[in-house]
Design a binder for this molecule. Sequence first.
Ligand SMILES: CC(C)(COP(=O)(O)OP(=O)(O)OC[C@H]1O[C@@H](n2cnc3c(N)ncnc32)[C@H](O)[C@@H]1OP(=O)(O)O)[C@@H](O)C(=O)NCCC(=O)NCCS
Length: 181
Amino acid sequence: MILEPVAPYRPSHFRVKFATSAWERRACAALRRQVFCAEQGIFADDDRDAIDAHAIPICALSTLGGDADAVVGTVRIHEVAERPGEWWGSRLAVASAFRRTAALGAGLIQVAVSSAHARGCTRFRAHVQERNVPLFQALHWASLDAVDLHGRSHHLMQADLAAYPPMHDPEHGLVTFRKAA
Ligand SMILES: CC(C)(COP(=O)(O)OP(=O)(O)OC[C@H]1O[C@@H](n2cnc3c(N)ncnc32)[C@H](O)[C@@H]1OP(=O)(O)O)[C@@H](O)C(=O)NCCC(=O)NCCS
C-alpha cells in the first residue's frame, strides 16, 4: 500500500469572540505568554498585571469540522474605573503561524472596539507598537502621541468609533475566513 503525503490541515474559518469558557481563557493566557515573553521578550516569564483582574479576554478560535479547536489570537479590553466611557485594548497577539492569513488581528480589533462601543464606550485607546501603527491606521485609528513603553517605541492611538458599530452579542462574535493563498 502506498500512502500519499497529506497536506497539513488548515482551518478555513475562525471565530472571534469573548473568551467565555475556562479553556479559552487559559489558552489566551498561554498565547500571550508565548508572544510577549518567549517571542518578543518584553516580559520575563509572566505578562499578567493588575488589569487582568477586571479585563475582558477576547479570543480568535480556529475550527475543526465546524467546532472550536484552538485559540490562535487574543486581546483584552477594559474600562478605566475613574473615567467611565474610556476603554483600552491591550495584549493583542496572533499565533505566528496564523498572522496575515485570515484577518485575525483586524477581527480581534473589531470585536474589542465594537463590543466596548455597545457597553457605553465613548473613547477607545491603545498603546500600539510602532511597527503595527500602519495596521491600526488602516483600521481607522489615529495616532495621538509617540511614547516609550517597556523600552520600545509605541504610539498612543485612538479608534474612530464611527467605524465600529456597537456589537451586542460578543459572546457569539464574528467569523473571519482564510485568505486565498
Ligand atoms: C499585530 C498582529 C496582531 C496582527 O495580526 P494579523 O492577524 O497578522 O493581522 P491581519 O491579518 O488582521 O492584518 C490586517 C491587515 O493589516 C496588514 N498588516 C498586518 N500587520 C501589519 C503591520 N505590522 N504593518 C502593516 N500592515 C500590517 C495585513 O497585511 C492585513 O492587510 P490585508 O488585509 O490587506 O492583507 C500580529 O502580527 C502579532 O501578533 N504580532 C506580534 C504581537 C504584537 O506585536 N502585538 C502588539 C500589537 S500593538
